[in-house]
Write a protein that binds this ligand. Structure first.
Ligand code: E4P
Length: 230
């Protein structure tokens, strides 16, 4: 399963990219606004940090302007993935851009029918938003199950399921069980994945016992000398 980080905060991206676990980045207009920076600058910087796909979202709603925006965004770096909304104009734009050999992420997907349309339009990624469905008392993860099941029936569909709007580790684990190709996660959720109280407790107890030995792995001469002196 590929891990993307869902943010336009380059400090957070640098920190998590250093773990070696990041495969890509997704941004959206809200995240760009939150960064307080110029979109083209932020996307260029992110593309330098992470070699994998970096989603940059077009903001016009008509096909012609969306296509021009998509081409401009794609020209920033070879790893830009143009993000378009799941609308008739968005899918028309997706088809043209993918026919040109560019990567496209179709966003704001809330139904299996929409996901079928995106696959037929040649989308590289489809982004179903699980958290926002949960927010309105619908089962976001059921949508992931439906899309994964449908896409498996049609090997000609090359679109990857990119689970978006993930709010907590349970979402991520459920998506992984379903075989979703990609999860885009806020940095806070990636950090939560490391945590378990038994890991902390176990480590504290191992370190306390190790301290009693007086040994040092790196400075084993010193440990040897003190043992000989006794
Ligand atoms: C994905 O590409 C979106 O940017 C994101 O996952 C939306 O998440 P939210 O519903 O938490 O805003």
């Amino acid at each position: 399963m590929k891990f993307f980080i869902d943010t336009a905060d380059t400090k957070d991206i640098r920190e998590l990219a250093a773990t070696g676990l990041l495969d890509g980045v997704t941004t959206n207009p809200t995240l760009i606004a939150k960064s307080g920076r110029k979109m083209l600058d932020v996307i260029a910087e992110i593309c330098d940090i992470v070699p994998g796909p970096v989603s940059a979202e077009a903001v016009s709603t008509d096909h012609a302007t969306m296509l021009a925006e998509g081409r401009k965004l794609a020209a920033i770096a070879p790893n830009v993935t143009v993000k378009v909304p799941l609308t008739p104009d968005g899918l028309k734009t997706c088809k043209v851009l993918t026919d040109e050999g560019r990567q496209v992420n179709v966003t704001l997907c809330f139904s299996a029918g929409q996901a079928i349309l995106a696959a037929k339009a040649g989308a590289t990624f489809i982004s179903p938003f699980v958290g926002r469905l949960d927010d309105i008392s619908q089962d976001g993860m059921q949508l992931i199950a439906d899309i994964c099941q449908i896409y498996k029936q049609y090997p000609a569909f090359k679109t990857e399921v990119l689970v978006a709007s993930i709010r907590h580790p349970v979402h991520l684990i459920a998506a992984a069980k379903l075989g979703a190709h990609v999860a885009t996660l806020p940095g806070s959720v990636i950090r939560q994945l490391y945590q378990h109280p038994l890991t902390d407790k176990g480590l504290a107890s191992f370190l306390a016992d190790w301290a009693k030995t007086g040994q040092s792995i790196l400075d084993d001469d010193k440990a040897g000398k003190s043992a000989a002196a006794e």
